[in-house]
Ligand binder design. Sequence first.
Ligand SMILES: O=P(O)(O)OC[C@@H](O)[C@@H](O)c1c[nH]c2ccccc12
Length: 260
Amino acid sequence: MSQLKEAILSTVAKGDKAFVPYIMAGDGGLDKVQPTILKLQELGVTAIEVGIPFTDPVADGPTIELAGERALAEGTTLRKVLETLTSFADEISIPLVAMTYLNPILAYGIGEFARDAYAAGIRGVIIPDMPLEECEIVHPALKEAGIDLVQLVSLTSTPERIERLTKMSEGFIYAVTVNGITGARQSFASELDEHFKKLRNYNDTPILAGFGISTPEHVKNFALVCDGVIVGSKIVDSLAKDDWATIEELVKASKLAAVK
Ligand SMILES: O=P(O)(O)OC[C@@H](O)[C@@H](O)c1c[nH]c2ccccc12
């Protein structure tokens, strides 16, 4: 079983739910990457989604888009992020998931990317602008390196597409909880429960909910219907303010005492 899937399933087996924070690598400078990852790891997060800044982040809302612009202004590149992660990879015990658009991977070279990413502790990749039909461009190299290709499954996908994406997704299924772009939301559609049930129909790949989750209440509510949550914009915002109390509250909401 992949390290990513195993990390999520063993969290769930303990009675907790998975908590996966998203960080924008290079926001505040690459020097921040190591202390941030190590502190999140210490708080007991299950995995960390590491965002690679990109000039045309079509799926991102304002919070992450601005964080990306700050990171690019710091001179952050995919190569520098992987080098930074590799420099302290022996201190990271949880799986990292890279969130990057397709272009930086193609520019890097797929095979080289897969090898360097694995050495950097990356065990899963999310590529939001890569259609299912084009997965074969990257999948063989990732598979050979031992990196999962995580699929995003949106509420509005047709039943046939939901089935295909669910069956193909590795590590976990990224269940997108809202229509639109990333960013904190107040409320969610009532048909979400049904959506999660549909994703359970095909296999035992864990299901993580993401998009718009920004309060401990949201974390607890989603924890009841799936295996865990991904929190992006709220984490990015809190890190920019150095507000660790908010981050700690969010992580705590995914633990046994909170979700039972
Ligand atoms: O920011 P939010 O609404 O909490 O959503 C998570 C999200 O930021 C993170 O997973 C992510 C950042 N950029 C993305 C692009 C596509 C899919 C997912 C992402």
